[in-house]
Design a protein around this ligand. Sequence first.
Ligand code: SF4
Length: 328
Amino acid sequence: MPWKGVKDPYKIWLSEIMLQQTRVEQGMGYYIRFIKAFPTVQKLAQAPENQVFKLWEGLGYYSRCRNLIETAKKVSVEMGGSFPDSREGLLSLKGVGPYTASAIGSFAFGLPLAVLDGNVMRVLSRVFGIREPIDQPSVKKKMEEMASCLLDEKNPAAYNQAIMDFGAVVCKPQQPDCISCSFRKKCFANLHGMQAALPVKSKKIKSKERYVYYLVLEHGEKQLVRKRTGNDIWKGLYEFVWMEKDEPQELDFLQNLSSWGLPSKRIKKQIIDVSEEIMHQLTHQKIRCQFIHIKIDQPVHLEGYTWHTKNAILQFPFPRLLTRYLGW
Ligand code: SF4
């Protein structure tokens, strides 16, 4: 992994933000492209927002990208381009929580801060037999204290890297390699045959279902799009004409321009495509989406939306759900 052993806090921060809720294999290409486009935090801070979002396109969890931009500007402008070298300073950055602060603090500055990610929690809960849900704040706090006690304060970076790698390679979620593990004679989970049962997690929060419809409206070489604002998903990204309903909608309704708040009289339309329902799973939301692609013979006005050529639209960042439909 290109960020391993690196001491530059900018690169460590970038890799850690990118890998939150993302597999290493998926994040790697994005990290390489980001470092190439923005080799320093100043370059990232100066970049147009659309360019940053465009490079992030497809990685998901776009609030991370918004936080990334905000933090880059803060470090670049308010902190003279240097990341803070204390836990408190790191925690003051948007999008940096205890885990990321410990990773940057220990890897970049050698601070005695123990990391506690999913791999480390799994190792601790199995070795020490923690049978309470690890996603409960009180249990997490207990584990943080435990991780701090175990930390090799003289070599925090090596210790942190080692325990995370141990969790990823030996004490894996499925089929941990207990036979060759050096903890096998003391590990609670191994002694009690509880590897599959630990760590314990609380019941999953039920996903909320949302019925989302997109109208890809085309006139000549142009399409109608807007940049999302507000505090909903995908803020800062672009989209076609959006409609959300509490339940599935009939095709007749979706193909009628007035259903979208558009004038329909004296406008000739041609239905280009009606997609199947597309399921898109987010952390706590299941999006059930359908696209209606319609060509019209004259431009119309819709509050908040603007006509752009397809070439211009290709430069805008879109949620993965839309790029998948469009085949970009
Ligand atoms: S003995 Fe097995 S469960 Fe225990 S720490 Fe080692 S790999 Fe993990």
